[in-house]
Design a protein around this ligand. Structure first.
Ligand SMILES: NC(=O)c1ccc[n+]([C@@H]2O[C@H](COP(=O)([O-])OP(=O)(O)OC[C@H]3O[C@@H](n4cnc5c(N)ncnc54)[C@H](O)[C@@H]3O)[C@@H](O)[C@H]2O)c1
Length: 348
C-alpha cells in the first residue's frame, strides 16, 4: 500500500527488532521515513532481524537504541523526536507470564506506561499505536460454539468477536497487556494523546522466529521444515483467524493517515471470518503438502485458558479506516514457508 506524504516522518518503534517491528522498519525505510528502533534484543531472532535490516538497507539506514522499556529515561528523550510511536516491545508468551508474572507485569504494564508517559511529555505530540491482543476478551466461556469434523464454529457470531465484547483479562499476560490496552485508550481521553489500540489476533509472516509458546503458525512451519518434534495441545480443532503481517502494517499506516478518526479508538484486527484455520486438523494437510510426507505429532492435554475459537470481527476497522486484509491464508502461509526454506540454516 502506498501512502502519499508531504514530509518524512520519524517513527520510534519499541520492539522494532522483533517480528512485527522488523517488518515495519523495513517498510518505513523503503518509503523514506526515519526510524529509531528501541529494543533490548531479548527475543531470540531479534539480533538476526537487526542484521537482516542492515544487510538489506545498510548499517546506517535506521538508528538502533539497545535499551529496556522498563527504564523511562532514554525512551522519554527519544519520544521528543517522534512523529509516530509504535509500541510493540513486550513479553509475548502466556506461558512465560504464568511462570514469571512480575517480569511480565514490569515489561508489559510498566513498559507501556513508560512509553505513554514519554509520548505525553513529548513536544512533538506523537501518534501512539499500541499492539494489544484478543486475549483481553478472555476465554469467552459463555459464547456458544459447535464442533464440526475439523474445527469449532461460533453459533451466534458469524462475523466474529467485536470490540463490544466485555473485557475479561485472564492469565498474567492477559492482565498486563490488558492493563496497557486500557491505559493507552484512556491517555487519549484524559490527556488528548493521539493513541490507537489494535487488538491483534494471530499475526504471521516472514521474520517470525516462532517457538512452541508463541507464534504458532511460524513454529509449525519451522518445526515441519526442520524435522523438529511437534506437540498438539487439545484436539487440534481450535480455530484462529490469521492475519499476514503486511496487512497488519496497512492497518497501522491507515490509522496514522486517518488519525483524526482513529485517535482514542480500539480496533480488532485479524484475518476475520474469511481467513480462519484450525490449528492442526486443517493446518496439517497444508504443511504435509509442503514437506511432502505425513507429519508425526504428539498429543497433549488442553492448555489452560486456550480458546476453542477466536475470530475477529473486523468491520469497525473496515468501516472507519477503509482497511481489509489482502493476503489470504494460503498465499500468506506460502510466503512464510518460502522464507523458512530460504533461511533453513537458522533453524537447524
Ligand atoms: N505476533 C502476534 O501474533 C501478536 C498477537 C497479538 C499481539 N501481539 C503483540 O504485538 C507486539 C509485537 O509482537 P511480535 O510478535 O513482533 O513479538 P516479538 O517477540 O517478535 O517482538 C517483541 C520485541 O520486543 C523486544 N523486547 C522484549 N522485552 C523488551 C523490553 N523490556 N524492552 C525493550 N524491548 C523488549 C524483543 O527483543 C522483541 O524484539 C507485542 O506487543 C505482542 O504482545 C502480537
Amino acid at each position: 500500500m502506498n501512502f502519499r506524504r508531504d514530509t518524512v516522518k520519524t517513527y520510534l518503534i519499541t520492539g522494532g527488532a522483533g517480528f512485527i517491528g522488523s517488518n515495519y522498519v523495513s517498510r518505513l525505510i523503503k518509503r523514506g521515513d526515519r526510524v529509531i528502533v528501541f529494543d533490548n534484543l531479548s527475543r531470540d531472532g531479534s539480533r538476526r532481524n537487526v542484521e537482516w535490516l542492515r544487510e538489506q538497507y545498510g548499517h546506517d539506514s535506521f538508528q538502533l537504541v539497545i535499551d529496556d522499556v522498563r527504564k523511562p529515561e532514554k525512551l522519554t528523550m527519544l519520544a521528543n523526536e517522534a512523529d509516530v510511536m509504535v509500541h510493540l516491545a513486550a513479553q509475548v508468551a502466556v506461558t512465560t507470564s504464568v511462570t514469571h508474572p512480575r517480569d511480565d507485569f514490569e515489561v508489559n504494564a510498566l513498559g507501556t506506561f513508560n512509553a505513554l508517559e514519554a509520548a505525553r511529555a513529548s513536544k512533538k505530540k506523537p501518534v501512539f499505536l499500541y499492539a494489544s491482543t484478543n486475549k483481553v476478551y478472555g476465554g469467552m466461556e459463555d459464547v456458544k460454539v459447535r464442533e464440526t469434523a475439523t474445527r469449532y464454529e461460533y453459533v451466534d457470531y458469524p462475523q466474529g468477536i467485536s470490540e463490544e465484547m466485555p473485557l475479561d483479562f485472564h492469565s498474567p499476560y492477559g492482565c498486563s497487556k490488558g492493563c496497557g490496552d486500557q491505559y493507552v485508550r484512556d491517555y487519549a481521553r484524559i490527556y488528548g494523546v493521539k493513541t490507537v489500540v489494535f487488538r491483534q489476533s494471530c499475526i504471521y509472516g516472514p521474520r517470525q522466529f516462532g517457538v512452541e509458546d508463541q507464534g504458532w503458525v511460524a513454529w509449525f512451519v519451522i518445526a515441519a521444515a526442520a524435522g523438529r518434534k511437534m506437540t498438539i495441545y487439545g484436539d487440534g480443532k481450535q480455530v484462529r483467524d490469521l492475519l499476514f503481517v503486511d496487512d497488519l502494517l496497512d492497518a497501522y499506516d491507515l490509522a496514522v493517515a486517518n488519525i483524526k478518526t482513529a485517535a482514542g479508538k480500539v480496533y480488532n484486527v485479524g484475518g476475520g471470518s474469511e481467513n480462519v484455520l484450525s490449528v492442526w486438523e486443517e493446518f496439517a494437510p497444508i504443511l504435509e503438502k509442503h514437506v511432502g510426507h505425513p507429519l508425526h505429532v504428539e498429543r497433549s492435554n488442553w492448555r489452560p485458558g486456550d480458546q476453542r475459537i477466536y475470530v475477529s470481527d473486523i468491520r469497525k476497522a473496515r468501516e472507519e479506516l477503509g482497511w481489509s486484509p489482502k493476503i489470504n491464508v494460503e498465499d500468506g502461509i506460502q510466503k512464510l514457508q518460502d522464507w523458512v526454506r530460504n533461511n533453513i540454516h537458522l533453524f537447524q
